[in-house]
Write a protein that binds this ligand. Structure first.
Ligand SMILES: [Zn+2]
Length: 104
């Protein structure tokens, strides 16, 4: 962080504890992993609210990654026409959608 250009003061705003939920059990089970992870996280949240003093609020946040359904890689897109850049199957789907849209 760069040095401020003027004299500054620091005020307290919030304090939080971030808890990473152990979802390793769900990673090996097929299907519904996000919903299962949400349920696990909600359960941990309930346990925190029930057993820990000094908690004003707890909330669940889920991080997800979006990948191409065909190849599993990040589906980057061409800046000009929006064509997917990851694999031939994604390009074929994109082309058929372009054709469908042209006929509507
Ligand atoms: Zn792909």
């Amino acid at each position: 962080m760069s040095e401020p250009l003027t004299k500054t003061k620091t005020y307290f705003r919030e304090a939080r504890v971030v808890v990473d939920v152990d979802v390793s059990l769900w990673l090996t089970k097929p299907g519904g992993k996000i919903d299962a992870a949400k349920r696990q996280a909600e359960d941990v949240k309930k346990q925190i609210l029930r057993h820990v003093d000094g908690v004003a609020q707890a909330y669940v946040e889920i991080d997800t990654d979006i990948v191409c359904a065909y190849c599993g890689y990040d589906p980057e897109y061409d800046d000009i026409d929006g064509r997917p850049l990851c694999c031939d199957k994604a390009v074929a789907e994109w082309q058929s959608r372009i054709k469908e849209a042209a006929h509507e």
